[in-house]
Design a protein around this ligand. Structure first.
Ligand SMILES: C[S@@+](CC[C@H](N)C(=O)[O-])C[C@H]1O[C@@H](n2cnc3c(N)ncnc32)[C@H](O)[C@@H]1O
Ligand SMILES: [Zn+2]
Length: 189
């Protein structure tokens, strides 16, 4: 999901500028379904599709550039996969068992993080379907970033499509950053 509170935290993943414009084509500022984020500094444009802003940089060092092109292709494949999964897997006993395991892992990680009681904002890098958000979003301002957000799973949370190497956020706008089972995917780590 994409709203004005999330927009306020964004910066251009290409040049880092926070001078951005938002055009809403479908939905409202509380729930932008389709639109465009544009950078007034470098003129880059980033589409918002189905409530997810595609803030992938396209100018990077060759390895990441090739992977970035790949992420766009994979997003379409992921969409088809999720539709197939809905028909064949959701609601089965195996799916419930798997979901319980994933939930328990995320609950443990959430407890391990020992976030404070007071309202805080949290960025989840490599958030996948936003499973950490199930715990964090009830108490905190939760946002996630992932090059391959999982369609259907991400509707409830503020999630953008982007990479850790060029985070599409302004400096120091989150109180905490978490990264679970994703650091090994990041170039240079
Ligand atoms: C094993 S999954 C973990 C997902 C989630 N954190 C969880 O624990 O359920 C790894 C995630 O890292 C993401 N990822 C891969 N390369 C990345 C990058 N360069 N920057 C940020 N995330 C990345 C993948 O798309 C995937 O969703
Ligand atoms: Zn820019």
């Amino acid at each position: 999901m994409f709203d004005d509170l999330l927009f306020e935290k964004l910066a251009c993943p290409k040049c880092g500028s926070a001078d951005l414009g938002l055009e809403i084509l479908e939905g409202s500022k509380l729930d932008v379904r389709k639109g465009e984020v544009s950078c007034r500094s470098c003129s880059s444009r980033y589409p918002i599709e189905d409530g997810i802003a595609v803030l992938l940089p396209d100018f990077l060092e060759s390895d990441l550039k090739a992977r970035t092109r790949g992420w766009k292709t994979w997003s379409a494949k992921m969409r088809n996969f999720m539709e197939w999964r809905k028909k064949t897997w959701d609601g089965s006993a195996k799916a419930d068992e798997y979901q319980e395991r994933v939930d328990s892992l995320n609950r443990s990680f959430f407890e391990f993080c020992r976030l404070p009681e007071e309202p805080s904002s949290i960025l989840d890098v490599g958030c996948g379907g936003g499973t950490f958000g199930r715990y964090a979003a009830t108490q905190y301002f939760y946002a996630g970033v992932d090059p391959l957000p999982v369609p259907g799973e991400t509707e409830k949370f503020r999630i953008v499509q982007g990479v850790a190497e060029r985070l599409p956020f302004k400096q120091s706008v989150f109180d905490y950053v978490v990264i679970m089972a994703a650091l090994d995917h990041v170039t240079g780590t």
